[in-house]
Design a binder for this molecule. Structure first.
Ligand code: ADP
Ligand code: MG
Length: 474
């Protein structure tokens, strides 16, 4: 297989974005100290040369550790890259000096990215790697997938299509929010089929790639070969189908491919971020086809599932991860599994780099920025309770009709905090305070702002309350 050509200018262009990811992944300190000054220099074969201004042992130790992660994120945009090499390049005017073998860091063996179907692609499509399926992530297997209430249906359905050659539901449509494991399950199906029934031809690709190939085929007048190719597979998997929303000609072609395969009793597996009926920008006739088979959703994770996933990852981690850290993460990082994994990786990477063991305090430090964004999700209810506690009044009074001064002030402050700390609208906030009007809320907000300007003690007191709401405890 010929590795796709990688353009150094494209890598240079993408570099800022990659730096940001390194920074979030490894934390500000490590980034500033070691990674900030690295930049792309050249491409040789499938290796990217990165230049660094110093020749420091510490830095090379760090580079060795980030190598795998960097290769992985680079490959998302540049699948042709296989490894990294480093050169020391002194700042302006100093002699340019290629780092020689003994000191250069040999990158760890790159993650093997294999693609299905590559060898079997029909000759009519020998236009480079165009007909490769998207690479499979070797970690996305059934073994590595932790099953819990939110994903048990999707998991069972995925196993069934992977194991049964007989098509029982067609298509299998997996849907759920971002980072909840759709792609993981799709790859797991492909891995499993490859092992269990290797004679079945599986093609896995994103809807975006499908469109890209379709457009290329149109441009190069290769439609016959395109159609033949997609109709020759036994199992077609298309990830993130929502991508073709509003792309009419791609949708049309997809519809035909879909029907042809279903007619031949070939298995189709699709994923999307919404159910077929909720997908917008997709034609009705296609939507109805999409829900012909089994539609299985993946729900947002529960605490138990997050705990299970973290425990599984912790077993494979290069160092001990204390139970209280795992519980803390499962409790705090609730948005999705990708973010949860990212947080754990950051904690591990940081501990490895500074050479200390993982602790709860260290974890809170490393993840401070991330945790703050979670803590910011304060509810109206929570604000009302805390305000009542703070000023020693009853909830019924806070929301009641009485207007005595010792009630009015706390009420206004609570409204102000609701406006500042939540995304709820003024009418919404008003309703939550015993059905008050939005103008009352507006008045409260400006009143409190005025008070805070004129009265430093008051400002401090309100700030204290605000901080206890934002950052207070678990
Ligand atoms: P999606 O495609 O739904 O956006 P992914 O499949 O890419 O999400 O999952 C995001 C990350 O979370 C991946 O690294 C995946 O391995 C991990 N993940 C998701 N669900 C699970 C699970 N149930 N068990 C283990 N890892 C999971
Ligand atoms: Mg995905």
């Amino acid at each position: 297989m010929l590795a796709p050509y990688v353009d150094i200018n494209a890598v240079i262009k993408a570099w800022r974005g990659l730096q940001l990811r390194l920074r979030t992944h490894f934390g500000e300190d490590v980034y500033r100290q070691w990674l900030d000054e690295i930049s792309p220099a050249s491409i040789e074969g499938s290796n990217l040369y990165l230049k660094t201004p110093h020749n420091l042992t510490g830095q090379f130790m760090v580079l060795q550790k980030i190598d795998q992660y960097l290769v992985q994120i680079l490959q998302e945009d540049f699948p042709g890259l296989r490894g990294l090499k480093y050169t020391v390049e002194k700042p302006v005017d100093e002699e340019r000096n290629l780092f020689s073998a003994p000191v250069s860091v040999a990158p760890p063996a790159p993650v093997m990215l294999s693609s299905l179907l590559t060898e079997e692609a029909p000759n009519s499509f020998d236009a480079g790697n165009m007909m490769e399926g998207t690479a499979l992530d070797p970690r996305f297997t059934f073994e590595n997938f932790v099953v819990g209430k939110p994903n048990e249906l999707a998991y069972a359905a995925a196993r069934k299509v992977a194991e049964d050659e007989k098509v029982s539901f067609n298509p299998l449509f997996l849907y759920g929010g971002v980072g909840l494991g759709k792609t993981h399950l799709m790859h797991a199906i492909a891995h499993e089929i490859r092992v269990k029934t290797p004679h079945r031809k599986v093609l896995y690709l994103s809807a975006e790639k499908f469109m890209y190939r379709f457009i290329r085929a149109l441009r190069f007048k290769d439609m016959m070969a395109f159609k033949e190719y997609f109709r020759s597979v036994d199992v077609l998997m298309i990830d993130d189908v929502q991508f073709i929303a509003g792309k009419d000609s791609t949708q049309e072609e997809f519809f035909h491919t879909f029907n042809a395969l279903i007619d031949q009793q070939k298995q189709i597996i699709l994923s999307a971020d919404k159910s077929p009926t909720d997908l917008s920008g997709i034609e009705d006739r296609l939507k109805s086809r999409l829900s012909w088979g089994l539609v299985a959703d993946i729900h947002p994770s529960t605490y138990e599932l997050r705990l299970g996933i973290l425990q599984a990852k912790a077993e494979k981690a290069p160092m001990m991860i204390p139970a209280n850290v795992i519980e803390f993460l499962a409790h705090k990082i609730t948005s999705n599994i990708r973010e949860l994994e990212g947080a754990l990786n950051r904690v591990i990477a940081h501990a490895e780099l500074i050479g200390r063991s993982i602790t709860l305090e260290g974890t809170q430090d490393v993840l401070a920025d991330l945790l703050r964004s979670y803590d910011r999700k304060v509810t109206i209810d929570c604000i009302q309770k805390k305000t009542c506690e703070h000023y020693g009044i009853k909830m019924a009074d806070l929301n009641g009709a009485r207007r005595s001064r010792n009630l009015v002030r706390p009420r206004q402050i609570a409204m102000y905090l609701c406006k500042k700390l939540t995304t709820r609208s003024l009418p919404d906030i008003g309703r939550s305070f015993g059905g008050r009007d939005h103008t009352t809320v507006l008045h409260a907000v400006s009143k409190v702002e005025e008070l805070m300007r004129d009265d430093a003690a008051m400002a401090e007191d309100i700030d204290l309350l605000r901080r206890s709401l934002q950052f207070g405890g678990l």
